[in-house]
Design a protein around this ligand. Sequence first.
Ligand code: MEV
Length: 315
Amino acid sequence: MKSKASAPGKIILFGEHFVVYGITAILCAINKRITVTTEKTSDNKISINSSVGNLVSSPKKPINEIDIQLRPFYYLADKMIQKYDNKSGMKITVDSEIPLGVGLGSSSACCVAGAASISGIFAKNSKEEILQMAIEAEKTIFPNTSGADCTVCTFGGLIKYDKQNGHSKIDSEPNFHLVIANSKMEHSTKEVVSNVKEFKEKNEEKFSDICNEETGLIDDVLICLKNNDLKGIGRDMIKNQEYLETIGVSNEKLRDMIELATKTSWGAKLTGAGGGGCIFALTDENNMEKTIQQLKKNNYECFSTKIDFTGLDTL
Ligand code: MEV
């Protein structure tokens, strides 16, 4: 018996970090996917094969004994084995088109595709139920996750998300391309999120002012998205990048990439936690190639993506 599911990566268009403090973020799924295949076995072992590591282990182990990258899969497999059939085992295989650990939602795509594929061995669950399992699994890596990343990987398209009201779909289907460039600098989301917390605690008033600015900016972005106003979205990206600079999540390399990409695109900013990872530039068909060449000429690895409107796909 096999159960297979795939989920897209994502980028945060606007609002990373501020979303942790209740501000609305805007995210979109991208057309690069992670596929998880689960097979039921009779050996009462959880076996995981992925490009971030391999594992063969008995169920019921304390989660902190498991390698951090593999925890969500182990957590989900263990939970399903305990719930449905404590004599069975599972073989889980992970295939990824998404560069890992660079802010493109690889871990949330793993959690969403993992939750659907692993639970799918025993039961058919709704997307909402899978999302809840995926967020639980993601907490084994990021205990304070806002849940925003898993939400967009599950539903696809463009969403707005805030902690109090959850997610809602943005119906606009703006016609843009996103050029994503990888800084190849390692970063830890947990560490960067904790640095921002420290910044906030030391600069309460400043942080609160930036949160208010960000709220106004998000209102404007929603109007621009409705009107397919790429110039307006690009202008707001540049503004959002300034706020991210202020809270200390950018760095010299990211700034260089953003400056280069802004020359030929509508706007550019970092995406995700920052401190490394990726930036993206907003382009249309006319300036996409120029933006790619501009970054490549300066030895930055980049690729173009479009919005994925499918989200979680059970295969
Ligand atoms: C990380 O992809 C996004 C952050 O806003 C953290 C979170 O929302 O959990 C930095």
